[in-house]
Write a protein that binds this ligand. Structure first.
Ligand code: C2E
Ligand code: CA
Ligand code: CA
Ligand code: CA
Length: 279
């Protein structure tokens, strides 16, 4: 196994027929990664398109493997999900976010008020999840109103008690966002019946493969639905000034993407977005 340059990354040797062994090794390494301090958190700004200020941040997990280097979450999150390690990783990242939130709240004006945390299907299905969230909030002194949980429609619709779990989280005072909106196969009406406060329009419609024609139509029409349902919309994956202008013209207020900032360490976030307003 080796790491290669650029955006390419390979865990497996090409042509190797012991892929299962390698996958098992990654899973084993991942189980130890937290204890070995290999996991860290980055923050990406969510901005108000009208003012350019960061009103929120999404926390995104990273794994720096001692041999393989930086492993993208698209690779290790599914492994963690399959093996159950996501429960521990999810607890860690939520606690990170709560500590950061409490710290930013103490130094008001220095940082965004809202931090969004991704929660996977396996966590949502865990009966202990809501209790864990409550414990961490208590322990860190974070204000639940400053935290948002991001779940995908696939996770919600494939998890038995997901709706009840989301209702419990909202009862604790957290907000809930539906992530990667539009990438699943469910109907709009079904999704808008879910207990969610925010809808994150997937980047495939904003800057990705559907951005040109179909995506533009989806993006333009979704904002009407969210307005009618009293849900906030966040456009994901904004990479160009033109995309930002088009979203603003369509009525979007909130956006996230490389144009405004890449995921970055909390300290860089503070330097880049000093004296920010809150959502
Ligand atoms: P996501 O939740 O949809 O997170 C947004 C992803 O889009 C991030 O990738 C972010 O870096 C990327 N992104 C942001 N702006 C742009 C842009 O303008 N253009 C493009 N092309 N991409 C942009 P990242 O950090 O690699 O994370 C990938 C996925 O891994 C996340 O997608 C999420 O599903 C998962 N993930 C990351 N951290 C966590 C975590 O702490 N817990 C869980 N359960 N999943 C996580
Ligand atoms: Ca503030
Ligand atoms: Ca997300
Ligand atoms: Ca997303």
């Amino acid at each position: 196994a080796k790491a290669v340059g650029g955006n390419q990354w390979h865990w497996f040797d090409p042509g190797m027929d012991r892929a299962a062994d390698e996958a098992a090794r990654m899973a084993a390494d991942l189980r130890l990664a937290l204890a070995r301090d290999e996991i860290f958190a980055l923050y990406q700004p969510i901005v108000d398109l009208n003012t350019g200020t960061a009103v929120g941040a999404e926390v995104l997990m990273r794994w720096r493997h001692p041999e393989h280097g930086l492993i993208p979450p698209d690779i290790f999150i599914p492994v963690a999900e399959r093996t159950g390690t996501i429960i521990e990783l999810g607890r860690w990242v939520f606690e990170q976010a709560c500590r950061q939130s409490a710290d930013w709240a103490r130094r008001s004006g220095a940082a965004p008020e809202k931090i969004s945390v991704n929660v996977s299907a396996r966590q949502l299905a865990d009966p202990a999840f809501v209790g864990t969230v409550r414990d961490i909030l208590d322990r860190t002194g974070a204000d639940p109103a400053h935290l948002m949980i991001e779940v995908t429609e696939t996770a919600v619709l494939n998890t038995g008690d997901a709706v009840t779990q989301l209702e419990h989280l909202r009862a604790l005072g957290l907000r809930v966002a539906l992530d990667d909106f539009g990438t699943g196969h469910s109907s709009l009406s079904l999704l808008l019946d879910l207990p969610v406060d925010v809808l994150k329009v997937d980047k495939s419609f904003v800057s990705g493969e559907y951005a040109d024609h179909a995506g533009a139509i989806v993006v333009r029409n979704l904002i009407g639905f969210t307005d009618d349902f009293g849900i906030d919309a966040v456009a994901e994956g904004v990479e160009t000034v033109e995309q930002a202008a088009r979203l603003r013209a369509a009525g979007y207020r909130l956006a996230q993407g490389y144009l405004f900032g890449r995921p970055m360490p909390a300290a860089d976030f503070e330097d880049t977005f000093s004296s920010m307003e809150s959502l």
